[in-house]
Design a protein around this ligand. Structure first.
Ligand SMILES: [Zn+2]
Length: 177
């Protein structure tokens, strides 16, 4: 950290910066806590065998991540839907799954896929759909400098991939705020 401060032309010994390396280390520990989340502990005792075969949608899940190219924030909302096939997961766990994959160095496309794959592997449902809308500080602060640039990504698995009317129903539910 001191070498970064030095490289940008700062004096790492000036009073306001003395504790900065320590503060940054603590902040990044939190921002990258997803690497240290134990997925087994996360889902522990929150999977229930229930005979429910309709769509489950958890929408507007806020997330914060760091782009792996610039280590600058990107953030936004994620929507996670699945069609259970005998197993459901506790509602509070879905946002924690999003946190587990967002609190890392990421690219939005991979994060979207990782969330979907994890839900698929955990519940073995008939289908999973993950939609992510993100704003990227590295696009807003540098280069094109356009604020509010929104990037949308999605990952569709199982029946969401093959059933267009189901997908349309999901999209209308997401749009219905
Ligand atoms: Zn970036």
């Amino acid at each position: 950290m001191n070498s970064i401060l030095f490289a940008i032309g700062e004096d790492p010994d000036r009073q306001g910066l003395l504790k900065t390396p320590e503060r940054v280390a603590r902040a990044y520990e939190e921002l990258t806590s997803g690497y240290r989340t134990d997925p087994i502990a996360l889902i522990n005792e929150a999977i229930f065998n229930i005979d429910y075969h309709e769509m489950v949608l958890v929408k507007d899940i806020e997330f914060f991540s760091l782009c792996e190219h610039h280590i600058l924030p990107f953030w936004g909302i994620a929507h996670v839907a699945y069609i259970p096939d005998g197993k459901v997961i506790g509602l509070s766990k879905i946002p924690r799954i999003v946190d587990m994959f967002s609190r890392r160095l990421q690219v939005q496309e991979r994060m979207t896929t990782e969330i979907a794959t994890f839900v698929q592997d955990t519940l073995n449902p008939s289908g999973v759909a993950v939609f992510v809308e993100g704003q990227h500080m590295c696009a807003m602060m540098r280069g094109v400098k356009k604020s509010g640039v929104n990037m949308s990504t999605r990952s569709l698995l199982g029946i969401f991939k093959t059933d267009a009317s189901l997908r349309a129903e999901l999209l209308s539910q997401i749009a219905n705020r």
